[in-house]
Design a protein around this ligand. Structure first.
Ligand code: NAD
Length: 461
């Protein structure tokens, strides 16, 4: 779609929004229900698209794409009436008599730009909240997962009028054309680098943004942790989607005394899940494209590989790989790895943890495995990060009551469950005054009223 076509489409959406159609809660619910039916009907097509795009298994596709979308839809449909109802708040005595309410108002025309790594879920989950809040929406899925992008376009076309919700497919050029437009809200999920481009484009129009970005997520293990369980959970979290997950543990920081037993246990768990040759496991996905494959392959030049390190150029396969004690200045420890390579570093004390973790910008997630309450509390108090888990990895994503988002370089804003509805709603604050009394003290002339206003404000304070 070229710039001119995008302009025409957006203009149509603006007119549609102005027609007030999207303000009706029953209209929003009707469409969310239709979307739910369509997603369920197309389940097999979603599996096929993800399989063709990067060999993602049906189980992982249900767990991390379809299942999440369906439960967000169910929750939103069942809660929308109460979320959208104006919220009464206590009024200020200064305004006596009055009643005060917060109205959830749609922003208007919203742009959602999605990444490739959970290409269905990360396009549709924010869309659910944007529709629920009463916006018109254009979704731009990732060009790196073309089958899923096509399928998203086809599902959306089936359910929505183009004036209300439309999909614009394409790569960087299309994305940049979209960003030239004046949006009322932009929701972006992707890399830090592109996040900055989005933030700059949004600033041009003072458009509010949510940026869901990435980071280098530490995973800390002390000697009081249940090593066997930690290894099992970390192997699962690191290798889901072949490590191409924004909240995957990026590197391990572990007490030296338990490092070797953890590595042994991790290898056992990897082989239990994917066999000794994961290349032939139908559960193990591939790297998304040549560019990322080459980047990861280069990281495999580290001489401290203690497990894995195999690649297949033709199939973009990289085996689960463990690198022991790489130097923090190594390429591997520079940026988010975003692949199935796990560095395991040792730490002695809290100062060591600070030295490593604070080298990087604030991560999206942090994980700690320990049974020591004081140790856990100190970590949660010391470090700033988007969110995380204790004694597990990535599971924070599964609770819609926990807002999901980064801080600093890992993102701005948060969503999931009600937080998604709130993200796409402007909170319009309204004070309704009564007319039966009108205390005179705020009006000029002010002579002799200063001490009175001081007293009143103190009383209210
Ligand atoms: P990406 O930033 O390369 O692409 C994301 C989207 O931006 C795509 O739709 C793409 O077409 C578009 N885009 C790419 N280059 C652009 C440019 N120059 N100008 C405008 N638009 C452009 O990210 P990706 O490779 O698809 O995804 C991986 C990254 O996303 C990782 O860094 C990961 O941590 C992050 N991520 C974050 C979350 C989260 O929820 N915080 C979730 C998934 C992925």
């Amino acid at each position: 779609m070229n710039l001119n076509e995008i302009e025409v489409l957006l203009e149509k959406q603006r007119n549609y929004f102005s027609s007030q159609h999207t303000k009706s809660i029953s209209f929003r619910k009707k469409l969310l229900k239709a979307l739910r039916i369509e997603v369920a009907l197309r389940e097999q097509e979603i599996y096929a698209a993800l399989q063709q795009d990067f060999k993602k298994s049906q189980f992982e596709t249900y767990l991390s794409e379809i299942g999440i979308v369906i439960s967000e839809l169910d929750l939103t449909i069942s809660k929308l009436n109460s979320w959208a109802r104006p919220k009464k708040v206590k009024s200020s005595l200064l305004n006596f008599p009055s009643s005060d309410r917060i109205y959830s108002d749609p922003y208007g025309s919203v742009l959602i730009i999605a990444p490739w790594n959970y290409p269905f879920q990360l396009a549709i989950s924010p869309l659910i909240g944007a529709i629920a809040a009463g916006n018109t929406v254009i979704v731009k899925p990732s060009e790196l997962t073309p089958k899923t992008s096509n399928l998203i376009a086809s599902i959306i076309e089936k359910v929505f009028e183009k004036e209300h919700v439309a999909v614009v497919e394409g790569g960087r050029d299309v994305s940049q054309n979209l960003l030239k437009m004046h949006w009322d809200y932009i929701f972006f999920t992707g890399s830090v680098q592109v996040g900055k481009i989005v933030a700059k484009a949004a600033a041009e129009h003072l458009t509010p943004v949510t940026l869901e970005l990435g980071g280098k997520n530490p995973c800390i293990i002390d000697e009081t942790a249940n090593i066997k369980l930690a290894a099992k959970r970390i192997a699962w979290g690191k290798l889901l989607n072949a490590g191409q997950t924004c909240i995957a543990p990026d590197y391990i920081l572990i007490k030296e005394s338990i490092k070797q037993s953890f590595i042994d246990q991790l290898i056992l768990e990897i082989e239990k899940a994917y066999s000794q040759n994961p290349e032939f496991s139908s559960d193990y996905p591939r790297i998304i494209n040549e560019k990322n494959f080459k980047r990861l392959k280069m990281l495999l030049s580290d001489e401290n590989i203690v497990y894995g390190g195999q690649v297949n150029d033709e199939d973009l396969y990289i085996s689960p790989t463990i690198v022991e004690s790489p130097d923090v200045t190594n390429e591997l420890m520079k940026d988010e790895i975003f692949g199935p390579i796990l560095p395991v570093l040792a730490f002695k004390d809290h100062a060591d943890l600070e030295r490593v973790i604070l080298r990087y910008n604030k991560p999206l997630s942090l994980y700690v495995f320990s049974s020591n309450k004081n140790f856990i509390t100190k970590i949660l108090d010391t470090f700033s990060f988007g969110g995380g888990a204790i004694n597990d990895v990535m599971v924070q994503f599964a609770n819609h009551r926990l807002p999901f988002g980064g801080v600093g370089h890992s993102g701005i804003g948060a969503y999931h469950g009600k937080a998604t509805f709130d993200t796409f709603s402007h909170k319009k604050a309204i004070t309704k005054r009564a007319n039966w009394i009108d205390p005179p003290f705020r009006y000029a002339p002010y002579k002799g009223k200063l001490s009175l206003i001081k007293k009143i404000l103190r009383l209210l304070g």
